[in-house]
Structures are given as structure tokens and as C-alpha cells.
Design a protein around this ligand. Structure first.
Ligand SMILES: Cc1ncc(C[n+]2csc(CCOP(=O)(O)OP(=O)(O)O)c2C)c(N)n1
Ligand SMILES: [Mg+2]
Length: 563
């Protein structure tokens, strides 16, 4: 019966559009492991470390928008999925978590590898369910209805909106391997359809919403469209709105709006807003924000007390600075599109033109200094983003890489920029990028720090069988980001915050059977652009202190250029 159950739910998940699974080895999850592999229609990756496995499945969901299954045994194995579950929850990434368990009669009686797995991930899941062990006697009709609706419901909750993790705790009784007993055929719907079709539409803006916001936009010619991760708007729609409103777009690379096709997009806002006179003269009086706040602290601080309209299709309350005067739980593309039709007097005050002029000056100054042989994270991020082949995905790590990209990335079209920004962890990065590569149709490049790589070297297990991700690792021997914080002045800085690990990253990577080389900054763009048909790691050494000083030079040059 256990085998029939596992085969049925896997078939149902395939009908629901699930295409990938990540399995960590164990005994208790044998029924589901065998069903996933023997079904033959899923991409199944075997990943030893459950923490890595969770992020691997997360990466698939991040790239494809469709949930991947992660399946593990009981006990601490299940607990190790928690970081990925938390990230999926905050970042709204679909994920189907299946933890195997002992049946109830063995829980809390000292059975091996048995812990309390009920609601293990707390509120960080869209749905938790424990269906109990598959029944001993069930007819085909009941099996179809019970098992298939369980699987279809789990997939529906994971897909959202809002997308996120679902936890199925699945107790299996022994025997865990197929017994040869006849299987229960639990047929699905005709023509491969899912057992339950779920559709939960997102709210479209009403005419009243559009009229109210349009009036506000018209009344505030000095406005900004701010776009962070999760903005979820077609670049043309955002640009048409911006032109009609006469507003620039502050475009975090993670918004997917930092594109040369988006004429109103501003890429140099970090440097511009660090320049006091510019920031003072360019203070907006209204912000419409789509998606999460941008990464830049300087920008967010400046927008602190500016009236803000938050647009989030899932109605999330992403307002850490308590700046919102209005929230709209609607599809941002639909709202911006409708607003464009209501706006007629573009840039009568030269506000947008002023920003665009500044952007151009700042861009030239920034590129000019960087090309003056700088060796800092900003240059690496800029060059890597420019070199990712068209159609590719750039996965960027938290800490300095995501900020360096925000500071320096030149607008360009044709790539997706992805990151784990739900909880901003530096964990699980290698695995996330591997997961992205398993689902993204084009080449995948991943940019991370040295500590971030070391945090998930287990993601490199698998060697030659791994997806062909090109990792660029900025080796500044420690947590460079902390040099930009007040902790930098503490006598304990190196020991407690920078924590240089002083390991040879190339050796570490090669020990996993993955190609690695130390590369010079000037060689990097060509190597990244050339792509690769196997996973490889390019380690770029950077001197932490020099790099910090060089970023200051960039900001000074931009300040001079727009003075
Ligand atoms: C899982 C997790 N642990 C700890 C942190 C705190 N943290 C933030 S940045 C950082 C250092 C990262 O160093 P590295 O990856 O080398 O990047 P760099 O800042 O040098 O570019 C740490 C430990 C975190 N964000 N996530
Ligand atoms: Mg570092």
C-alpha cells in the first residue's frame, strides 16, 4: 500500500506541473525516493546534505516558478531543511517539502531517529499536513480521491499566490521496500489532468484605485518609482509608466528593471544619493514602490519620511521603515499599465530629465574610475553582469556581492538576476545556483563571496555530474561587508567579524572534483562570457582594505561629476 501511495502522489505531482525532485539518502523515505526515481518523468538529484538539498530544490522554484520536491528521512535530516524553508517562505518561492516519519505508535517512545516533526517549520509554511500512514485497505476510488487530492492540494498551496513552502510529514510503516504485493491502481483524471484544478487569481486594481493613485502621481511631479526584488513587472510597462509620469525608476538589479531597454531606469543611485548636495536637491515627494525595498541602505534611509505607496500582489507588508501611507494588494503591472493611460503631462518640470542627466554623468564617471584598474567587488560585479551570455541567469549572493552589483551594474537586457533575499542568508548559495541551473534554460553564472562559498561547499558534492554553473568567487579573505559597518573600528574586528578563513579555495573546490582556477580581474569577462559545459569555480583575489578605499573613490568621482 505504501508503494501504491507513493507512486500515486508522484504521478499526481507530475500532472500538477512538478518537474524536479531533490532526494537526500535515508531509509524511512525509501517509498517516496523509489517512486520519484522510478516514475521516470522527473529530474531527480541526489544530495547528501539536507541543508544543501533544500536550497537545491529552492533554486529550481526560484528559476521556474514551479515547486520542486525535496524528500528526506526523519530526525535531524528534516530539521536541516529549515533554512531553505524559511527562505522560500519569505521570498515566496514554491517548494514541496516531504519529510518521512515513523507512524504515531513509534513517536515519543524512544524509537531511533524519531523526533517531533509535527509543524516542524512553524508558521513558515503555506500548508502543513500529516496524512498518517497509507491505509492498509483502500479501494481504487477512495485511493484516487484521498491521495490525489492530498498531492494536488499540496502543489496548489506551494504554487500560491503567494507561492511558498508546503510541508508534508509522511509516516511510513515497514516494509519500506516494495513487497511484490499487487499495487492499488488509483487512476487520475482523464488526459493527464490534475485531480483538482486550483486557480486563485490576484486582485486587479479597481477603477477607484487607479483614479486615486493617478491623482496622487499627477499631484507629485517629483516622484520615484522604486523597484526591488519581486517587482514582477514587465520592463516595457514600467518604462511607459515612468515616461508618462515623468518619474525615474530606482532599479535594484533584482527588480529585473535595470535594463538598457528601460529608458527611465537609474542604475547609479547608490553613488548619487551618497552625494549630499545631490540627495538634497533630488528629494522626492512621493514614492511608488513595487516589490521589496531596494538593497541600498543609503537610498532607503533617504526615503524614510517620503510618502510611499506600496504595491505588492500578495499584499505583503514590506515596510521596515514604516513609510507607507497606502498599500495596494494588486498586480503591479496591471496598476502601472492602467495609470499610464491616466497621465498626460510627462515631465513638465524637467525632474525626470534631471535624473537621467545625472545618471549619465554618474555612469560615465563610475565606469571611468573602475576602468582605471580598480580591483574591488564593484568592478567584479559590474564586469560579471555585463559578461553573462544573453538568455543567462546571474545568481548573486548576499553580503557584498549583491550590494556591489547594486552599486555598479550597468543596465542591460537579456539576463535574469536572482538571489536569496527573503532572509538574506549567505547559506545554501552553491546549492541554490545548482538548482537554478537545473531549471533555467540558459547559462547560469553565480557570484559570491569566499565565506559564502565555504558555507555551502557541500553543494559541490556530485563533482562532474553537477549542472554547468560558472561560479565567480570574490576572495577577499573574510566578510568584506563588515568593513562598511561601525564594527570595522573595533579592535576585535578581524577575529570576530571579518573572520578570514585563510584556506585555498581552489584546493577546496578541486577536492570535490570540480574545476577551479585563480583568475585575474582582466581575464574574468572573457572567461564568464565563454560559458562552460561543466561546473567550474573562478576565484578572484581581492584585497579587502584596498577594495573599500576604491569604492570610496568611485563615490567621490560620481560626486564630482554631478557637482
Ligand atoms: C546564514 C548566515 N549566517 C551569517 C550571516 C551574517 N553575514 C552576513 S555577511 C557575512 C560575511 C560574508 O562574507 P563573504 O561571503 O566572504 O562576502 P563579502 O562580504 O566578503 O563579500 C556574514 C557572516 C548571514 N547573512 N547568513
Ligand atoms: Mg569575503
Amino acid at each position: 500500500m505504501t508503494t501504491s501511495f507513493a507512486r500515486t502522489i508522484v504521478d499526481e505531482w507530475v500532472r500538477c506541473g512538478v518537474a524536479a525532485a531533490v532526494v537526500s539518502p535515508g531509509s524511512r523515505n525509501t517509498p517516496l525516493t523509489l517512486a520519484l526515481v522510478r516514475d521516470g518523468r522527473l529530474r531527480v538529484d541526489i544530495v547528501l546534505d539536507e541543508r544543501s538539498a533544500g536550497f537545491r530544490a529552492l533554486g529550481v522554484g526560484l528559476a521556474s516558478g514551479r515547486p520542486a520536491i525535496v524528500c528526506c528521512t526523519s530526525g535531524t535530516a528534516a530539521v536541516n531543511l529549515h533554512p531553505a524553508v524559511v527562505e522560500a517562505h519569505h521570498a515566496r518561492v514554491p517548494l514541496l517539502v516531504c519529510t518521512a516519519d515513523r507512524p504515531a505508535e513509534l513517536r515519543d517512545w524512544g524509537a531511533g531517529q524519531t523526533i517531533d516533526q509535527a509543524r516542524l517549520f512553524g508558521d513558515a509554511v503555506r500548508w502543513y499536513h500529516d496524512p498518517g500512514p497509507p491505509e492498509l485497505a483502500v479501494d481504487a476510488a477512495a485511493a484516487s480521491a484521498r491521495w490525489r487530492s492530498l498531492a494536488a492540494r499540496a502543489a496548489a498551496h506551494a504554487s500560491g499566490p503567494p507561492a511558498g513552502p508546503v510541508h508534508l510529514n509522511l509516516p511510513f510503516r515497514e516494509p519500506l521496500v516494495p513487497t511484490g504485493a499487487p499495487l492499488v491502481d488509483a487512476p487520475g483524471r482523464a488526459a493527464g489532468a490534475p485531480w483538482v484544478r486550483s486557480s486563485t487569481a490576484r486582485r486587479e486594481p479597481t477603477n477607484a484605485d487607479v483614479a486615486r493613485v493617478a491623482a496622487l502621481v499627477r499631484a507629485h511631479p517629483r516622484g520615484l518609482l522604486v523597484a526591488g526584488w519581486g517587482a514582477g513587472v514587465d520592463p516595457d510597462v514600467a518604462d511607459e509608466f515612468a515616461r508618462a509620469a515623468g518619474w525615474p525608476i530606482v532599479a535594484d538589479p533584482l527588480s529585473q528593471l535595470r535594463s538598457d531597454a528601460v529608458t527611465c531606469s537609474v542604475s547609479t543611485y547608490e553613488a548619487l544619493l551618497r552625494c549630499e548636495p545631490f540627495a538634497h536637491a533630488h528629494r522626492p515627494d512621493l514614492v511608488v514602490r513595487i516589490g521589496a525595498p531596494v538593497t541600498s541602505k543609503v537610498t532607503n534611509a533617504l526615503l524614510d519620511d517620503v510618502a510611499t505607496i506600496l504595491v505588492d500582489p500578495d499584499d505583503a507588508w514590506l515596510d521596515p521603515r514604516h513609510a507607507a501611507q497606502e498599500r495596494l494588494g494588486v498586480d503591479a503591472g496591471a496598476l502601472l499599465g492602467a495609470l499610464t493611460g491616466e497621465l498626460t503631462e510627462p515631465d513638465a518640470h524637467g525632474w525626470l530629465e534631471g535624473w537621467r542627466y545625472a545618471e549619465q554623468r554618474a555612469r560615465d564617471a563610475l565606469d571611468h574610475v573602475i576602468d582605471d584598474d580598480l580591483a574591488c567587488e564593484g568592478r567584479i560585479a559590474r564586469d560579471v553582469a555585463a559578461s553573462v551570455p544573453a538568455g543567462g541567469a546571474l545568481v548573486v549572493a548576499s553580503s557584498l556581492p549583491v550590494r556591489a552589483l547594486e552599486w555598479c551594474m550597468t543596465p542591460r537586457a537579456g539576463i535574469r538576476v536572482l538571489a536569496n533575499r527573503g532572509a538574506n542568508g549567505i547559506d545554501g548559495f552553491v546549492s541554490t545556483a545548482m538548482g537554478v541551473a537545473g531549471a533555467h534554460p540558459g547559462p547560469v553564472v553565480a557570484l559570491c563571496g569566499d565565506l559564502c562559498l565555504l558555507h555551502d561547499t557541500n553543494g559541490l558534492l556530485g563533482g562532474v555530474a553537477l549542472p554547468a554553473v560558472t561560479f565567480v568567487v570574490i576572495d577577499n579573505n573574510g566578510g568584506g561587508i563588515f568593513s562598511y559597518l561601525p564594527q570595522n573600528e573595533l579592535p576585535e574586528f578581524e577575529a570576530l567579524f571579518a573572520t578570514p578563513q585563510s584556506v585555498d579555495l581552489v584546493d577546496v573546490v578541486r577536492a570535490h572534483g570540480v574545476a577551479a582556477e585563480r583568475v585575474d580581474l582582466s581575464a574574468l569577462p572573457k572567461l564568464v562570457a565563454g560559458g562552460s559545459d561543466a561546473a567550474r569555480v573562478l576565484v578572484v583575489p581581492v584585497d579587502r582594505a584596498t577594495a573599500r578605499e576604491q569604492h570610496t573613490r568611485i563615490w567621490a568621482a560620481v560626486a564630482t561629476a554631478v557637482a
